[in-house]
Structure formats: structure tokens, C-alpha cells
Design a protein around this ligand. Sequence first.
Ligand SMILES: NC(=O)c1ccc[n+]([C@@H]2O[C@H](COP(=O)([O-])OP(=O)(O)OC[C@H]3O[C@@H](n4cnc5c(N)ncnc54)[C@H](O)[C@@H]3O)[C@@H](O)[C@H]2O)c1
Length: 234
Amino acid sequence: MDKVGIGVIGCGAIGRIHMERFQKVPNAQVVAVADVDQAALDRAKAEYGVSKAYQDYGDLLARKDVDAVSVCLPNFLHCPVTVDAFEAGKHVLCEKPTATHTDEAIRMIEAGEKAGRKLMIGLCQRFNGSSQVLKAHIESGELGEIYYAKCGYLRRSGIPGMGGWFTTQAQSGAGPIYDIGVHALDLTLWLMDNFDPESVLAMSYAKFGPSGKGSGGWATPVPDLRGGTREFRG
Ligand SMILES: NC(=O)c1ccc[n+]([C@@H]2O[C@H](COP(=O)([O-])OP(=O)(O)OC[C@H]3O[C@@H](n4cnc5c(N)ncnc54)[C@H](O)[C@@H]3O)[C@@H](O)[C@H]2O)c1
């Protein structure tokens, strides 16, 4: 089988992980990258050996050898770039959260259907070993009917990327629920076979950011409960 040509759009924190992981996929090759930041492009070229690098992602989408793209951009760019990629005939793996608003998510799905291309959202926790084992146990019927679930995801300290797109609502769309919350919700709903909700009740609050607390959480060493220290991202 020919290799699938991959374009990675956004070479920041998660874009670099995509590039690294694609190196381990035998039938895929990252053939081009795009980022508005030249330093990020230079790093991608040096670290992952990608020769074609563009500041305008349109140039990447114009390449015939790009079959599929990873959209690894700030949340508010997921929809426009995904739609552009579909219009250029590419398949799309877009990072989570899908978009900043429901109508954007619908536009993305419709653009993929119109183009006859696949859309996958980077809800990667489904692929963890523990998630796969639990899913297998549930599907085998061993646990009976799953009628109640509770999920949570705790970031112990620090608000990552304070002052950047991550904490700017117009660019991120929302706070923790859009960041780590989508992983917890997706995993729970997936394990319960993605039922259709009858209703949703929710509330949100902000105890730290607005009062100036919680900055400096990016890559801050914190004590590891098992002893020693580890890098804590966020
Ligand atoms: N699946 C996961 O667990 C996971 C983990 C981390 C991040 N993410 C998601 O990945 C996305 C990116 O997060 P990140 O932490 O890598 O952010 P980041 O800020 O580290 O990287 C974003 C990159 O996009 C580039 N960029 C911004 N505007 C651009 C444009 N118009 N054209 C081209 N490049 C542009 C920036 O220069 C930057 O290099 C977010 O949606 C985030 O939610 C997912």
C-alpha cells in the first residue's frame, strides 16, 4: 500500500506529538507542515525531518501529495481550517474540542460529508489500553447494563498558557470543560454507547483565573505523590 501523505497544520505542543507519532506509523508519512510561526516550522524541520514547511496553510492544502491533515491549531481555527481542508479534498484529523460552537461542529461534519472525506476528532483517550479493556468488558456483557456513570478530570494546579489563546474565550471557546472535560465526557459517553441525552443540566464557575490565581502552571515541576518530581504540564 502507498503511504498516506500527511500534512500537519499547527506545529505547537500537540502538533509536535502528531509528527512524532506519525513517524511510528509504517504506512503514513508527514510530507508537509504549516504554522504562522517560522520558529515552529524550523523546529519541525529540524526535529522531524519534514522538508516542506509553509506559513500559509493554504499552500500545504494545495499539495497533491497531502492526502490527510492533522489540524493542531487553537480551538477557534478548527472549523475554518477543517472546512478548507475538506474543500481541498483532504481527510481531516482535527484536535479536540471539535469546535468552539455547535454550529461550527455541524459545518465541519457537513463539509466532510459533501467532500466524501473522513473527519476524526482527536479524542485520543478512547485508545488508551485501560479504555479499550473496559470497553471490551462492557461489550462482552460482563458488567450488565451500564445505567449510571460519573466522570471527572482533575488538574491539580496551574492554568496553562495564561494570557494566550488558551485563556482567551474568543479563541478557546471555554475553559476546562473544552480542554480536559471533553476527554472525560467523550470517554464516558463512548463507554455507554453514545446514547442520545434527554436533557443536560450544567453549571460553570471560575474561582482562580478572574481573581489572578493559577498562572504559571505550564511545565511547572510539582511533587510527585509517588516521590520525586515530574514535569506537570498544566
Ligand atoms: N488530544 C489531546 O489530548 C490534546 C492535547 C493538547 C492539545 N490539544 C488540542 O490541540 C490544539 C492545539 O493545542 P496546542 O497545545 O498544541 O497549542 P499551541 O499553542 O502549542 O500550538 C498551536 C500552534 O498553532 C499555530 N497557529 C496559530 N494560528 C495559526 C494559523 N492561522 N495558521 C497556522 N498555524 C497557526 C501557532 O503558531 C502554534 O504553533 C488545541 O485545540 C488543543 O485543545 C489536544
